[in-house]
Design a protein. Structure first.
Length: 324
């Protein structure tokens, strides 16, 4: 719950930057008619994504929402920020791309980075940890939604192999994206074919359909991501925090906050450490004393202590011993 809540908040906060425009004085929040138009288009997108699945699930609601909003802006000649204009404002040259080329010189670098292995390995471990943790937690979330059970080992091996080969062609590492996974599952995707279609479609858009994608309004994408945030955030956790032990509530809130302020790897590490300390403290309270039938030569009673001994056991040992 801490993971999905933190990630949902991160996704939401990342969309707020799209309500800004670059000026001479730096990023400025949009206002006036531009803001109202964007909010209206976001509302239309969210309206379609919410109500269309209640009518039919034969077509992906997110796709219909994006196409509908794009047609509204094009046919209505509405001047709004699009994917193409957003990339241009950021200094990019567009989405048009080409097939990757094998980077043979990567093997030559192995002999020239002798003094930087500590930085390379530490960065690699951190990136691998973030990727694997997010993928496995996304897999767990998808399993809960679909009532199925995925293979974590297969996920890790596939992701590691793909990222290794991807690096040989100059690409960036990747992992399972919770936003796209939620959209895919809510659109009816259940098998391997759904992921293959998504990747092949993305490849075709980059190679051949970049001009079409660049006309999509930013507001439509923001509306889709807002619906992803609503679907990702564990709203029942608010009620859950009032019902579970305070230690569990603390871990949930702590992981959520650290995910937002730092990153997922640090948040999971903090959550595991706190959970381990809570377990140790609770385990120490299970110490029991059993009185032996025989006494010492001086007549003192002898007790046998049963249970795990941790640093927190001293509190229990200092209390008067009550024989069982």
């Amino acid at each position: 719950m801490g993971f999905v809540n933190g990630l949902a908040i991160v996704i939401f906060l990342s969309q707020l930057s799209l309500f800004q425009e670059n000026t001479i004085n730096g990023p400025q929040w949009i206002s006036g008619l531009e803001l109202y138009t964007m909010l209206a288009l976001i509302a239309v997108t969210m309206f379609i994504m919410y109500f269309l699945p209640k009518i039919t699930t034969k077509v992906p609601a997110a796709l219909i929402a994006i196409v509908s909003v794009a047609l509204i802006t094009i046919l209505g000649n509405i001047d709004v920020s699009t994917v193409g204009s957003f990339i241009s404002d950021g200094g990019g040259e567009g989405l048009k791309g080409s097939l990757p080329v094998f980077q043979g010189q990567i093997f030559d670098l192995i002999y020239t980075i002798e003094g930087h292995w500590d930085l390379i390995l530490s960065t690699a471990v951190l990136l691998a940890a973030v990727g694997l943790i997010e993928s496995l937690m996304t897999l767990n979330l998808v399993d809960e939604i679909t009532q199925t059970r995925g293979s974590g080992n297969r996920e890790c091996l596939a992701q590691g192999g793909a990222n290794f080969l991807n690096g040989l062609f100059g690409g960036m590492g990747g992992c399972a994206m919770i936003g796209q996974s939620i959209i895919n599952v809510n659109s009816g995707g259940r098998g391997r074919l759904s992921g293959i279609v998504a990747s092949v479609s993305l490849l075709c858009f980059i190679l051949f359909g970049s001009n079409i994608i660049e006309q999509i309004p930013i507001a439509a994408l923001v509306g889709v991501m807002f619906m992803v945030v609503i679907g990702t955030f564990a709203w029942n956790s608010i009620k859950f925090l009032m019902m579970v032990p305070k230690s569990d509530a603390l871990v949930t809130i702590l992981v959520t906050v650290v995910t937002v302020l730092e990153d997922l790897a640090v948040a999971v590490l903090v959550g595991v450490i706190v959970s381990a300390l809570v377990f140790a403290w609770k385990s120490a309270s299970k110490i029991r004393a059993t009185e032996r039938p025989s006494k010492t030569e001086k007549g003192a009673k002898v007790y046998e202590i049963e249970g795990p001994l941790f640093f927190s056991s001293t509190n229990s040992l200092n209390k008067p011993i009550i024989p069982l």
